[in-house]
Design a binder for this molecule. Structure first.
Ligand code: HEC
Ligand code: HEC
Ligand code: HEC
Ligand code: HEC
Ligand code: HEC
Length: 481
């Protein structure tokens, strides 16, 4: 045999290279194993059913690439480490010359094919609701459960949580890896702190679907409520919400004034939770700028802290994950006929049961016993009502189950909705004044946070009826309840 006529061909040469030292051999073995496992898992995943579950996906996106990458590092590492002896060892196997460049090209091509196949389905899978909502089910369970009941249950998690493009994907995965480590080590924050400070800005998420200038006008809002008295008496608040938007003449009006592209509200919060807002700067669509501060806070220099530009999520923070308050959730259940009003004190007793300490394991039994005992007192209830109680109990348990997650320290009101007085009155409390002596409109608040009625109420909504049992205005609309 001569040097110009190698007996092994390219494959043979690669094979010899890979066998030249134990580290390289190990690397090659790991890569082969990972590639085979990857392809098998992709096929399994495509078959659907149980194979499409989150664990196959996790293996595919995390374990397989990790093993493959380790192998990819070991192969050249071994060659480098044993480079002095490389030619000796190869010569010992054969005396043929080595076509190193060709070997590397072929190896790389194989790698790309394998990584490409696994990587493509991996990226696809990592962007799915499955992966986000279920793969880390203990951690994301509450968000997944609320998402499924939100107006956005057909919108993928990544549409709101990941900026479009490769950069956004990589940023999200880096952040996700940090979260995954936290999950594995079980040392992530409970509850997950909000507001989410690194949330992707609304202009690249929400505004991909929603048009901020859209004129939404004035909307009628009918809000039925129930009292905690024996009769579970009802009352209804009726509001005309001035949602507004940008009118055809270009004027930005009403609540959606804030999202006109030229109406910029920036603010500095005094706390991580953004509940205290002592300083804000407003640029009006006509270009006029004004700084508003609470009493005692100077306009300049601006207080330390993050300068945040207000967007959709400063109000609609719970658009996909609305956790209810127990009273509100019960009101909805009474309104929809899921709970009967002829069980005396049902709202009060349900509130007592819901606000006791349960775990996810004992809540179902605990709430059942709690209510049964409450109704067994004072001579008990008749058979018909007892049957109604039995039908009501699962509805009440369900309210607890979908809102309270003790293992994440997520109790009632852990995540308040800011598209309510709580959110608006951080700025609209009649306290924020500018150098010109102008004050951002808003009612003064009583010590319990309730607004003192004044003309400012009507800027956000017209209250057509408040606390009335049977508002006449609903008759006028033909909406008698
Ligand atoms: C319509 C947009 C939207 C969709 C879809 C969405 N989210 Fe969110 N999510 C948000 C916003 C906005 C916040 C920030 C809440 C805050 O800062 O108060 C958030 C917060 C979170 C948080 C932090 C904890 C919390 O409750 O605030 C987690 C975890 C989360 N989302 C997971 C998910 C998962 C998992 C999915 C898919 C099953 C998903 N999200 C889908 C908008 C969305
Ligand atoms: C992929 C498209 C998409 C994205 C992204 C999206 N939305 Fe929506 N959103 C919708 C659709 C569609 C509806 C109407 C759902 C319906 O009424 O059935 C909706 C409804 C809403 C509503 C009205 C809810 C109601 O109860 O009537 C609000 C508020 C809202 N979205 C805010 C947001 C915010 C804030 C974000 C960003 C965090 C966002 N959306 C991101 C598509 C989207
Ligand atoms: C200043 C707070 C605030 C900001 C900022 C804000 N909204 Fe709203 N939005 C509201 C309020 C309040 C309502 C009325 C809700 C109601 O009727 O209960 C509303 C209503 C809506 C509705 C429902 C409209 C309907 O048909 O009744 C949608 C959709 C919506 N907003 C989307 C958005 C999007 C998208 C953004 C960001 C571009 C945004 N909002 C910014 C407070 C805000
Ligand atoms: C971060 C502070 C901030 C928050 C939070 C906030 N606003 Fe505002 N809002 C402002 C400022 C500043 C103005 C402009 C006031 C001015 O120039 O007099 C304004 C203006 C308005 C206007 C008047 C628009 C017009 O036609 O001139 C309405 C209505 C309004 N806000 C409603 C709301 C509602 C409803 C909420 C809660 C869902 C809310 N705002 C939350 C800061 C805020
Ligand atoms: C800065 C804007 C703003 C101002 C000022 C304001 N509100 Fe509201 N109000 C809201 C928003 C937003 C909601 C939530 C609507 C919803 O439930 O979707 C609301 C809801 C209400 C409700 C219905 C509550 C329920 O759950 O039934 C009542 C009643 C009410 N407001 C009364 C008042 C009164 C009285 C004043 C004046 C003292 C006032 N509001 C001032 C923004 C405002």
């Amino acid at each position: 045999m001569t040097a110009s006529n190698p007996p092994f061909g390219t494959i043979g040469r690669i094979h010899r290279l890979l066998r030249s030292n134990w580290i390289t051999s190990l690397g090659a073995a790991l890569m082969t194993l990972a590639a085979l496992a990857g392809v098998t898992l992709v096929i399994m995943h495509q078959m659907g059913g149980v194979w499409a579950g989150p664990y196959v996906g996790l293996a595919l996106t995390l374990v397989v690439p990790a093993v493959f990458l380790l192998g990819m590092v070991l192969v050249p590492a071994g060659l480098l480490l044993f480079r002095r002896h490389l030619h000796e060892r190869l010569a010992a196997m054969t005396d043929r010359p080595l076509y190193m460049a060709r070997a590397v090209v072929v190896l790389t091509a194989i790698n790309f094919a394998a990584v490409g196949t696994v990587g493509y389905s991996g990226v696809h899978y990592m962007s799915s609701v499955q992966f986000c909502g279920k793969a880390c089910h203990n951690v994301m369970g509450p968000e997944y459960a609320t998402y499924l009941r939100s107006p956005h249950q057909r919108v993928e998690c990544v549409a709101c949580h990941v900026a479009p493009g490769a950069q956004g994907f990589i940023a999200a995965k880096l952040n996700g890896t940090k979260q995954l480590i936290g999950t594995v080590l079980d040392n992530y924050s409970r509850p997950i702190p909000t507001p989410v400070h690194n949330l992707v800005p609304a202009n690249v998420t929400c505004e991909q679907c929603h048009w901020p200038e859209k004129y939404l006008g004035t909307k009628l809002k009918v809000k039925p409520h129930f009292r905690t008295d024996e009769k579970v008496s009802g009352y209804t608040n009726v509001l005309l919400m001035r949602t507004g938007g940008t009118r055809p003449d270009g004027a930005s009006v009403g609540i959606h004034w804030h999202v006109h592209p030229e109406a910029v509200v920036e603010y500095v919060a005094a706390d991580e939770k953004r509940t205290q807002i002592p300083w804000m700067r407003v640029k009006h669509p006509d270009g006029d700028e004004e700084i508003f501060t609470t009493p005692g806070v100077p306009a300049e220099p601006r207080p330390e802290g993050e300068l945040r530009r207000m967007d959709c999520n400063d109000c609609h923070n719970r658009s996909a994950h609305a956790f209810e308050l127990p009273g509100d959730a019960l009101d909805v259940a009474f309104t929809n006929g899921l709970l009967p009003r002829d069980l005396p004190f049902l709202k009060q007793r349900a509130l007592d049961a819901l606000q006791s300490d349960w775990t996810r394991e004992n809540a179902t039994e605990g709430i059942r016993k709690n209510l049964q005992e409450a109704y067994a007192k004072d001579g008990g209830i008749d058979e018909l009502r007892r049957q109604k109680l039995e039908l009501a109990i699962p509805q009440i348990t369900d309210i607890w189950m979908r809102n309270v997650w003790p293992e994440r320290k997520l109790g009632w009101n852990a995540y308040p909705d800011l598209a309510t007085h709580v959110g608006c009155f951080r700025c609209h409390d009649g306290q924020h004044t500018s150098a010109k002596g102008r004050t951002v409109f808003g009612p003064k608040l009583m010590s319990d946070g309730a607004p003192i009625r004044d003309g400012s109420c009507d800027k956000c909504h017209v209250v057509l009826s408040e606390n009335e049992e049977d508002p006449a205005i609903l008759d006028a609309f033909g909406l008698k309840r």
